[in-house]
Design a protein around this ligand. Structure first.
Ligand code: CA
Length: 224
C-alpha cells in the first residue's frame, strides 16, 4: 500500500509519514503540486493526502488534474481550519474526505485506513478486450501493452461498453451509468466521448459501432 503526501510544511509531512509508516504503509512525500500531479501519472498510489495550500499550483488544481487523468485513488485533502468553502470545493472536485488543520494524528491514521478499505472495495477485476486492458483497481488502461491515456469520462463510457460487448447500449444507459459517478451528461456529450474513444481505439482494431437513433455497440474483437 503506497501513499503520497503532498504538503509543503516539511515537519507536518514528516509527522504524517512517520505515523503511516509505523502502520506499514510505504510513503512518498512531495512538496510541490506540479511534481505531485506528475508523480501520480507515472507511479501508482493507493491514496493521496493533499494539502490545499501549496506554492505554485494549489491542492485543488492537483486534484483536478488527477481526476482529469482518470486517477481514481482516494484523495484526503488537508484544509485550513474553518475554511468551509475549501472543504466543499475539494469534495466537489472529487476529494473523498478532508481534515481541517490542526488535526490529531490518530484520527488521520483512522481516516486513511477507512479510505484505503473503501478504495479496495471499489477495486474490480481487469477488463480485457483484444489488445485493450482496463485495470479497474489501478485505474490504468493499456492498448497493445502501451499506456493508454483516457480522461475520466472516456473511461466511464468505455467501461459501460466493455461490460456489454456485442450488445446494443443506449445513450440513455450510458448517461445512467455516468450518473453513478455524479456526472450529468447530455446525449451530445456522449457522442463526443465516443468519437474520442474511437480515435484512440480504432487504430488497434477495436470498433464501436453506431446503432442509429439508439446508441452504440462495442463489437467483438477479432484479430485481423
Ligand atoms: Ca501548506
Amino acid at each position: 500500500m503506497r501513499i503520497l503526501i503532498v504538503e509543503d510544511d516539511i515537519s507536518l509531512a514528516a509527522g504524517i509519514a512517520r505515523i503511516l509508516e509505523a502502520e506499514g504503509y510505504a510513503v512518498d512525500q512531495i512538496k510541490s503540486g506540479e511534481h505531485a500531479a506528475m508523480a501520480a501519472r507515472h507511479e501508482s498510489f493507493n491514496l493521496v493526502i493533499l494539502d490545499v495550500g501549496l506554492p505554485g499550483i494549489d491542492g485543488f488544481e492537483v486534484l483536478r488534474r488527477l481526476r482529469v487523468d482518470g486517477q481514481a485513488m482516494p484523495v484526503l485533502i488537508l484544509t485550513a481550519r474553518d475554511a468551509l468553502d475549501d472543504r466543499v470545493r475539494g469534495l466537489d472536485l472529487g476529494a473523498d474526505d478532508y481534515m481541517a488543520k490542526p488535526f490529531a494524528m490518530p484520527e488521520l491514521a483512522a481516516r486513511v485506513r477507512a479510505l484505503i478499505r473503501r478504495g479496495q472495495a471499489r477495486a474490480g477485476p481487469k477488463m480485457i478486450h483484444g489488445p485493450l486492458v482496463l485495470d479497474t483497481s489501478a485505474r490504468r488502461a493499456t492498448l497493445g501493452g502501451e499506456a493508454l491515456e483516457l480522461a475520466a469520462r472516456e473511461w466511464a463510457v468505455l467501461e459501460v461498453l466493455l461490460s456489454r460487448v456485442e450488445k446494443i447500449v443506449s445513450k440513455e444507459a450510458i448517461i445512467q451509468a455516468m450518473a453513478n459517478w455524479g456526472e450529468e451528461l447530455s446525449l451530445n456529450a456522449i457522442e463526443v466521448y465516443v468519437s474520442r474513444l474511437r480515435a484512440k481505439l480504432e487504430p488497434a482494431g477495436i470498433r464501436i459501432r453506431t446503432v442509429r437513433g439508439f446508441g452504440y455497440m462495442l463489437e467483438d474483437f477479432k484479430a485481423d
